[in-house]
Design a protein. Structure first.
Length: 255
């Protein structure tokens, strides 16, 4: 990885106004390769038992596969795809003992020591890539309202307040295989920020707001601010919240 920047990371999680927490979030640093890391967000669904079992399984699968990953020889995209498929299969198997059908979203990004980045997502947990305060790219949800946006039947603003915004078209644990959408960033740069989050976070912010927060605050400060602001905007009706923020800070930045 370039010597011109360092990685700083922070996670945040809150149960919102729900009775129990079904989201999970983690940042894994590679046990053998400095500068290699994996960030994962999973939004579990299916009751107290089912949803948490599903998101826990995503994290366990991610950790196990990442610890075996060798960045100099292995295909990062293939490993991420394997992570989705293996977690999906195990979640389906846990349905036998869970009180309800366990499902989970998944949003994960892997940064290699050389500074390239791979990401994958299934469901409506999102990954954002910002440079300074400008959004470079974000994932598109596997949801009913996103399909309407894609067809030009809804605007992004209309989709955000649509009464069926929580209907997913695909995720882990369903009868059919989950969607897998990947993206590759050849080289991250100083000033870049990556954020993965569940819909309990992104639902309350537009891209400009996120860019302003992520560019002006440290990873830890931004995670705390976004959760606090989302909680306030939910006005007593908020979902579970989870997010992970990774910033590439120039080495002369003393923040």
């Amino acid at each position: 990885m370039s010597k011109g920047y360092r990685l700083t990371a922070a996670t945040g999680i809150h149960k919102g106004d729900r009775e129990y927490q079904q989201d999970q979030v983690a940042v894994f640093t590679h046990p053998r390769h400095i500068g290699c890391m994996l960030a994962v967000v999973a939004d579990g669904m299916g009751g107290r038992s089912g949803g948490r079992k599903a998101s826990d399984q995503v994290m366990l699968t991610a950790q196990q596969l990442f610890e075996r990953y060798a960045p100099e020889t292995d295909d990062a995209s293939a490993m991420l795809s394997q992570m989705v498929q293996e977690a999906h299969i195990v979640i389906k198997l846990t349905a036998i003992s869970a009180e309800q059908e366990p499902h989970s979203t998944l949003a994960a990004f892997l940064i290699n020591p050389g500074g390239d980045c791979h990401w994958i997502h299934a469901g409506d947990s999102r990954i954002y890539h910002f440079h300074a305060n400008q959004m470079v790219r974000r994932t598109l949800d596997h949801s009913y309202v996103q399909s309407l946006v894609n067809r030009g039947e809804l605007t992004e603003d209309e989709a955000a307040v649509h009464p069926q915004s929580n209907i997913l078209m695909g995720c882990l644990g369903t009868e059919s295989d989950p969607p897998q959408e990947t993206h590759f960033i050849p080289q991250l740069r100083p000033g870049d920020t990556l954020m993965a989050c569940s819909d309990g976070v992104w639902h309350y912010f537009n891209n400009d707001e996120l860019g302003s927060v992520l560019s002006s605050l440290s990873a830890r400060e931004a995670s705390e601010f976004l959760i606090e602001k989302a909680r306030a905007r939910a006005n007593g009706g908020g979902d579970n919240l989870s997010l992970v923020i990774v910033k590439l800070e120039p080495l002369n930045d003393k923040r």
